[in-house]
Design a binder for this molecule. Structure first.
Ligand code: PCA
Length: 204
């Protein structure tokens, strides 16, 4: 099974993004819990509403993965969160790394309001918890670039790659990001985030 896994570049004044740092720590090959050999293709995504869709489309076309798992940082969350749904909405106070902002704009004009993950989200979150790492299924990926990328992936699955699976995992701050903030924020060590991601992937 070939899995395309992406993390994001740093954004919002941060110098690292734990999503990409944790993806880098994952083994290139492993066995799933069902004993299927899995191979990872890792790519870093820009924090760009306008570019993320085209880039993931090209990557999928080139790599033809069986599964696409995109990973992003969600500062303030307590553990790993496997996203259940992407919404057709771009709406955030912050601009992206291209200095583009959206308020109340659809990802795809005329597209469905929401698209469900094509991943065993409940099993993935449970596998992460069984590995001793906090995780849950989340019912909102927000309306910033992560949600936008997830929506694009699910649209590609629906329109062009019906046999492919795909979805999104949000990860919390890595401890060093939380440690420089005066008000305490939840965080996990990077190795733990990577272990949690691997546990999620093994449940595929
Ligand atoms: N998190 C942001 C975008 C990039 C990232 O890692 C989000 O949750 O939308």
């Amino acid at each position: 099974m070939k899995i395309l896994i992406t993390g994001f570049a740093p954004f919002g004044g941060e110098t690292i993004n734990p999503s990409w740092e944790a993806v880098l720590k994952l083994p290139k090959q492993f066995q799933t819990s069902k004993g299927i050999g899995a191979e990872l293709v890792k790519r870093e995504m820009p924090v760009s509403y306008d570019r993320c869709g085209g880039i993931i489309e090209e990557l999928i076309e080139k790599e033809r993965p069986d599964c696409v798992v995109c990973v992003g940082q969600a500062g303030g969350r307590m553990g790993l969160e496997v996203e259940q749904i992407a919404v057709n909405l771009k709406d955030a106070a912050s601009a992206d790394n291209d200095n583009v902002s959206y308020h109340g704009t659809p990802v795809t004009p005329g597209g469905p309001d929401g698209r469900f993950a094509r991943l065993p989200v409940r099993d993935m979150a449970a596998a992460c918890r069984e590995a001793g790492i906090p995780a849950k299924v989340s019912l909102s990926a927000g309306a910033y670039v992560c949600n936008c990328l997830m929506y694009h992936v699910l649209e590609l699955i629906e329109q062009r790659y019906p046999d492919m699976r795909g979805g999104f995992i949000h990860v919390p701050y890595e401890c060093r990001q939380a440690a420089v903030q005066e008000r305490a924020k939840p965080s996990l060590p990077l190795d733990t985030i990577a272990e949690g991601l691997l546990a999620c992937l093994k449940a595929l």
